[in-house]
Design a protein around this ligand. Structure first.
Ligand code: PEP
Ligand code: MG
Length: 592
């Protein structure tokens, strides 16, 4: 038995065998010279391998259709087309004959040439083919070398995924119903793997400080995503404890489920909004069942993280419309594309930026790649007539950026009208406050938009100069640091002074102890992953505004994140044990 400790990023208990995911790093194909008479034999080996690859992909496609959906199946359709592409094979055959090198070597060379050529073409659709080419050639090589190539999309049994790190695209393409848990060496609480694990309700422990190299495929694991603990080869007692924790978690969720139809209202009658963050359109279906008041953040960039596929205007329109129609009468805030930084999309963003987190990211990217931005804006505008839509720009750091974004939005509106397409006349436009410059000038920005949403994941990263995805400094990434709290406080005050609503959609909003403080600071809207909604509602219904304000006054005077966190935890525990019955509809006697 061996224990590993990491960050508890997505709650729940999972048990299962390890699936050690290597990605493509470090693959080296054998290379050797052939004699003329070996060529036919090499060619036949290739044909056998291609047939096997086709049969893999066909069964993956059928399973994806049954278990995950059309989007996933489309990826495999593209792979089948490539496996039947005569140009690809003509190229391989010609090179095999001219170079007299083994077939594996030839495939790797041709793959490299295709990838180099496509990586530099201006058309993102074409650049997106890089991932397909890599995937297909690696699958053929796997059969040639008799090394089974298992990707996360291939999973056909329940497993715990163990990896050094995962990309957003790994998370989007994995065969989700088979992933019981996730364990990675890298990452922290607000990294995108963490956000997606919570969205998909997969227990996860990230940022294990030590190497996971000694874990082998099939090792029995227990993952406690609430405690940040992973146990390899667990003994009987550990298994019993895990089962008890799982049952406790289920019982707690059943208790909180009764909050679903009750409002997020304090004991003295202040109604606030508790909304959900979503990453993929299907998540919209679980927003109302968790008792949320709408969607405070739809991270639209995840529509773009399907390898080999860039969604155009029509496809985006359908996705936004689907989300809006899943929540009739409820507000849905769609955030425009936030790629770059740690959300690298190789088809769009040139690799090799020295400081991607400070670089060509989010609104900065969109204001230069206006054709991509405009097609997204048109898609959102067109979808806006199907519900209560709002639009939000990420990573605004100057007033000029907001002015430019608003100008392009107007242009997109005119384009839709000239095409005869309906768009909502009253679409509120907000911005994320997630860069210190935006918080510090929130008085100026407030006069130009309809709402603020504070993104504490990035605001903390940029205020404290701490990479939110780097496990080595993850302990420093704490939104309760007095500097971050002062920026939040200033933003709330400036928003209120300008009469615009201020929400917060960083991970902090879903933590009840932090929510107690934020409520006391005057925050009116909390947006979080759907499973966190009931516990935050419980907190809000357990407290009065006067009490919450007293909490804020007290802890804002403390000098460190550690002291603030400890005090908030203590105050929350006291409140919940005293008030307990969060599910009573009338919340008990109201204070005077
Ligand atoms: C944030 O930065 O707090 C936020 C909500 O945006 P994201 O996590 O997608 O960067
Ligand atoms: Mg952000």
């Amino acid at each position: 038995m061996k224990e590993y400790r990491g960050f508890p990023v997505s709650p729940g208990i999972a048990r299962g065998p390890a699936f050690v995911f290597q990605g493509d790093d470090g693959f080296v194909a054998p290379s050797f010279a052939l004699a003329e008479e070996d060529i036919e034999g090499e060619w036949s080996r290739l044909l056998v391998a291609v047939e096997k690859a086709k049969s893999d992909v066909s069964s993956l496609r059928s399973r994806a259709l049954e278990e995950v959906g059309r989007d996933q199946a489309n990826i495999f359709d593209a792979h089948l087309l490539m496996l039947d592409d005569p140009d690809f094979f003509d190229n391989i055959e010609a090179r095999l004959r001219s170079s007299l090198r083994n077939i594996e070597r030839v495939i790797v060379e041709i793959e490299g040439e295709f990838v180099d050529r496509l990586s530099n073409v201006p058309d993102p659709e074409l650049r997106a083919r890089v991932t397909d080419i890599r995937d297909v050639s690696r699958r053929i090589l796997g059969h040639l070398l008799n090394t089974e190539r298992r990707t996360l999309a291939d999973l056909d049994e329940d497993v715990i995924v163990v990896a050094r790190d995962l990309l957003p695209s790994d998370m989007m393409t994995m065969n989700r119903p088979r992933v019981r848990g996730i364990v990675t060496e890298a990452g922290g609480r607000t990294s995108h793997v963490a956000i997606l694990a919570r969205a998909f309700e997969i227990p996860a422990v990230l940022g294990i400080g030590e190497s996971l190299e000694d874990l082998e495929d099939g090792t029995a694991l227990v993952v406690d995503g609430s405690a940040g603990l992973v146990v390899a080869d667990p003994d009987e007692q550990t298994l019993l404890r895990a089962e008890a924790a799982r049952l406790r978690g289920e019982a707690n969720a059943r208790v909180l489920a009764c909050l679903r139809d009750l409002p997020a209202e304090t004991r003295d009658g202040l109604r606030v909004l508790v909304k959900s963050n979503i990453e993929v359109p299907d998540e919209a279906d679980s927003v109302l069942p968790h008792g949320a008041d709408g969607i405070g953040l739809f991270r639209s960039e995840f529509l773009f993280f399907r390898p080999g596929h860039i969604p155009g205007e029509e496809e985006q329109y359908q996705a936004y419309r689907r989300v809006l129609e899943a929540l009739p009468g409820h507000p849905v805030t769609i955030r425009t594309l936030d790629i770059g930084g740690d959300k690298i999309l190789p088809e769009f963003v040139a690799a090799g930026e020295k400081n991607p987190l400070l670089g060509w990211r989010a609104i900065r990217f969109c204001l230069t790649r206006t054709e991509i931005f405009m097609s997204q804006l048109r898609a959102i505008l067109r979808a806006s007539v199907h519900g209560d839509a709002r639009i939000m720009f990420p990573m605004i750091s100057t007033v000029e950026e907001l002015d430019q974004a608003l100008g392009l939005l107007e242009e997109a509106r005119r384009e839709c009208r000239s095409r005869g397409q309906d768009v909502s006349e009253s679409l509120p436009i907000g911005i994320m406050i997630e860069v210190p410059s935006a918080a510090l000038t929130s008085d100026l920005l407030a006069s130009k938009c309809d709402f603020f949403s504070i993104g504490t994941n990035d605001l903390t990263q940029y205020t404290l100069a701490v990479d939110r995805g780097n496990e080595r400094v993850a302990a420093l990434h704490n939104p309760l640091h007095p500097s971050v709290l002062r920026l939040i406080d200033l933003t709330i005050r400036n928003g209120r002074a300008a009469g615009i609503p201020v929400g917060l959609c960083g991970e902090m909003a879903g933590d009840p102890a932090s929510a107690l403080l934020l409520l006391g600071m005057g925050l009116g809207e909390f947006s979080m992953s759907s499973p966190s909604v009931p516990a935050v509602k419980q907190l809000i219904r357990s407290v009065t505004t006067v009490e919450a304000r007293a909490v804020a006054d007290e802890v804002l005077g403390l000098g460190s994140a550690k002291a603030i966190g400890a005090r908030l935890d203590g105050l929350l525990a006291g409140l919940l044990s005293e008030r307990g019955g969060a599910c009573s509809a009338d919340q008990g006697p109201r204070p005077d």
